[in-house]
Structures are given as structure tokens and as C-alpha cells.
Design a binder for this molecule. Sequence first.
Ligand SMILES: NC(=O)c1ccc[n+]([C@@H]2O[C@H](COP(=O)([O-])OP(=O)(O)OC[C@H]3O[C@@H](n4cnc5c(N)ncnc54)[C@H](O)[C@@H]3O)[C@@H](O)[C@H]2O)c1
Length: 253
Amino acid sequence: MNVKGRSAIVTGGGSGLGAATAQTLADAGAKVAVLDLRLEGAEQTARTIGGLAIECDVGDADSAAAAVAQAREAHGTASILVNCAGIGPGAAVVGKTGPVDLDWFEATVRVNLTGTFNMIRLAAADMMTHDPNEEGERGVIVNTGSTSAYEGQIGQTAYAASKAGVVGMGIALAREFAREGVRVMTISPGPFDTPLFGSMPTNAHQRLLDAAQFPDRAGKPAEYGQLVVSIVENPMLNGESIRLDGAIRMGPR
Ligand SMILES: NC(=O)c1ccc[n+]([C@@H]2O[C@H](COP(=O)([O-])OP(=O)(O)OC[C@H]3O[C@@H](n4cnc5c(N)ncnc54)[C@H](O)[C@@H]3O)[C@@H](O)[C@H]2O)c1
């Protein structure tokens, strides 16, 4: 699908991978709605790219429905959805003071997995109202997994479970939406140079950088955006999770 002239929604667009993706899609000619829980972050990105900022909690049904409607009103029905909103708080499941609060697990799953699903169900229903292009495509959805979906580290149980859920639902969604010409892909990044990665404890941060193979560095957010555009443009990419990680394989810590 050609990006040019398409309406796109990017969640978590106020920072990191989402902000870079909003920029890459705008550079390729898309009209981009930048959704974020933090409106000021969304506004900053929207100002830079000439897009629309919308405050949205992806885990909330009403908030997401209102955001999708606002994007539709401004830019037309979205053909592209990129789910980048995410959180990654670490904790021991059984720590010095006993079992971790259940809230920790539920809060992580609510944003990363439920939030991704919430946006998909709303945006996909909209996409299916499009006339198909010459290839039969009506829309493309790109979700953000993580290498932690495959090699969850100690302290990442909630995060790893949420991201494995995102990876796992990809093929089921791609199969369900096949008849409608809506593709669903997942990008599973290794360490990328964003505020989320920077917020990790220094030693864990350094260990991840030490594990880098080639290139011997963290990913650049623009490289994530570049892959999003490639996925949108390539109709054969569907129902798969692509590791974007420079061959890193994460150890237990
Ligand atoms: N940076 C990495 O190394 C890395 C690696 C693998 C996967 N990821 C994943 O990539 C995605 C983007 O991460 P990032 O590194 O750019 O992080 P980031 O913290 O820079 O950006 C995440 C954005 O999501 C927003 N957000 C959080 N909760 C939200 C909610 N409920 N509704 C709407 N927006 C919400 C935040 O306000 C923030 O702007 C996340 O899903 C993350 O798990 C990141």
C-alpha cells in the first residue's frame, strides 16, 4: 500500500518509537494522528510533523473510540494503525516483602496488550469500510512486540507476558482480517534508544548494550519507523513478527 495521502494513527506517538514512526509516515506523505496519554508529548510530535495531536488512553474503550473518531473526522478513515504505546515497569514476582501486587501485572497488560487490541478492534472496523486498492488491501496494522516476548528477562514477567500476547494474536488477527484485505504485522525490537530504554537501571541498560551483536549499539527510533513504512508498502508481509534487533539474544538479566 502506498503511504502517500493515507490517514494514519500512531499510538504512543508522543515519544520514542511512536514519535519517530509518526515522522517517517509524515515524510512518506501520510496524514498522521498522534495519540498519547501525555497530550503535551503528542502535541510536540504533531507540531514537528504537521499532524494532529489527540489525548488518548489506549486501554480505555471510550477514550480510544473518541480518538479514532477524531482522527477520522480530521483526516478521513485511517488505512494505517501503528501501536507503539507501551510501558515496561520491572519487578520481582516474589520480592523481599513477598509477592508483587497483582496491579503491577494487570497495569502492564492493560496498556501493552489490551490497549493494542482495543485500538485494533476500532481501527480495523473502520478500515474495512474502505474500497480496496488494486491489491485488495484496505488497511495495515503494525503492532509493537519486543525481543522480551521471546527472551523475557528476570523482572520482566509482566512485560514479557504482555508482549508475547501481542506477538501471539498477530496471526489470528491476520487470518480473521484476510478476507477484508487488512494486514497485521508485529515488529519486535531489541534495545532502542528511547526514553523507555533510558529509564532502565544503569546496570541492566549496560548489560543489554554489551549483548549487542551487529550493529554494536542500540537501535535508532528512525530505523523502527523505516521498517513500518516498508511493511505498509509490501503486501506480502502479513501475520508475522519481525525481530528488529541486530541479532541480540537477551540473557536472563
Ligand atoms: N525502546 C526499546 O528499547 C523497546 C524495545 C522493545 C519494545 N519496545 C516497545 O516499543 C514501544 C514504544 O516504546 P518507547 O521505547 O518508544 O517508549 P516511550 O516511553 O519513549 O514511549 C511510549 C509512549 O507511550 C505512551 N503511553 C503510555 N501509556 C499509554 C496509554 N495508556 N495510552 C496511550 N499512550 C500511552 C507514553 O506516554 C509514551 O509517550 C513500547 O510498546 C515498548 O514496549 C521498546
